[in-house]
Write a protein that binds this ligand. Structure first.
Ligand code: NAD
Length: 342
């Protein structure tokens, strides 16, 4: 048995991958030994910044030369299926950014390929790994709220996101696929499986192609109810971006999360305050540290999966249903109907 770090490669050296690479640099159990981006300048610049020896512009060429324990795919959705299927032929653990896929067929094919390879396929779904949500989950598991009844997960802001991620303005399916997936994962994580969904969408900014706001109503088994709402065109001072606020009610208590990470547990005999804001990583900055810290927590979990100490959270198989919820939200918004799951 060796204590050498697990050897990984990262594909896709764009905006968000820089958080991945900072986080990997600080984790002892894993090391990124190669990066790949079809944009050679970007790949070289990233490798230089993070002191990574091997640089590729083609994933096949990378796999032909490198021996890897894991692959971290940080490209946008259209490339996920070919890259995941290729990576599964060369590494026992593959991490894929959200959105997992643009169609359910592609997502299912990747899950089938992972099962056939007996590999772990993990979706980079970091909201449930944000410190406030980790703390909320702990309080719920300690039964501080009693039987759960209602939840709301809300991501509203007016930040100019299109500077860092210009492709968002071009997406025909925008906020449900970009943020809705995170909120639906939280809904399932806290409130259980969903039996039906209804949704309405808005296009508030004429410069973007798809919907930049939506409100979804999810009913879970047992009648538990969740509202997931999101807007990229809200006027809020101070702007909460990139943080989510939340409210969960149980029979015995309610739990509120504010943008600054403050949690208030409203009990029958008064309230209790918890401070769940994360520390700012040495390489990070406020208010991005809520996201940056969650990437560290998520990737630390990936090293636990690599070591056999944990099961993927969430796995590709688990994320199929979250993806289905996103597609159903579009269907519900277009038809005005509630979509029921068997
Ligand atoms: P980006 O466009 O800045 O970067 C993507 C990079 O992938 C580009 O450099 C591109 O050249 C490269 N690429 C694409 N296809 C490739 C291929 N086949 N081989 C090699 N390189 C390839 O995108 P981004 O903003 O960094 O987003 C990447 C993904 O991360 C998206 O799916 C996005 O939804 C997700 N994301 C997640 C979060 C989160 O909180 N989890 C936040 C932001 C972005």
């Amino acid at each position: 048995m060796t204590n050498a770090p697990f050897r990984g490669a990262l594909i896709g050296c764009g905006f968000f991958s820089q958080f991945h690479l900072h986080a990997w640099s600080g984790l002892e159990g894993a090391e990124i030994v190669a990066v790949c981006d079809r944009d050679e300048g970007r790949a070289r610049e990233t490798a230089k910044r993070f002191n990574i020896a091997s640089v590729y512009t083609d994933a096949e060429a990378m796999f032909a030369h490198e021996t890897l324990d894991f692959v971290d795919i940080a490209t946008t959705a259209p490339s996920h299926r070919p890259l995941v299927e290729l990576a599964l032929r060369h590494a026992g653990t593959v991490v894929c950014q959200k959105p997992f896929a643009e169609t359910i067929e592609d997502a299912e094919a990747m899950v089938v390929a992972a099962n056939a390879a007996e590999a772990d396929l993990i979706i980079h779904e970091n909201f449930r790994w944000q410190k406030p949500f980790v703390t909320m989950k702990e309080l719920i598991e300690q039964n501080r709220l009693g039987a759960l009844q209602f939840a709301r997960f809300s991501f509203r802001h007016g930040f100019d996101n299109y500077v860092n991620q210009p492709y968002l303005a071009e997406l025909e399916r925008f906020t449900i696929m970009d943020v809705g997936l995170h909120l639906f994962d939280l809904a399932r994580h806290f409130m259980g499986e969903v039996s039906n969904i209804s949704c309405s969408t808005q296009r508030l900014n004429p410069k973007v192609r798809g919907e930049d706001a939506f409100t979804a109503l999810l009913v879970h088994s047992g009648g538990l109810t969740t509202i997931c709402d999101c807007s990229f065109r809200s006027v809020i001072d101070p702007d909460p971006f990139p943080r989510t606020v939340a409210w969960i009610e149980g029979e015995d208590a309610s739990l509120g999360l504010e943008a600054d990470g403050r949690l208030t547990l409203h009990g029958k005999n008064g309230r209790e305050i918890f401070h769940a804001a994360p520390d700012i990583p040495s390489w990070g900055e406020a208010p991005w540290h809520f996201v940056q810290d969650s990437v560290i927590r998520f990737q630390s979990h990936v090293t636990d999966v690599l070591s056999g100490r944990a099961k993927p959270q969430p796995s590709g198989a688990h994320n199929l249903k979250t993806l289905e919820l996103a597609f159903s939200a579009y269907e519900a918004a277009a038809s005005g109907k509630t979509i029921t799951f068997s």
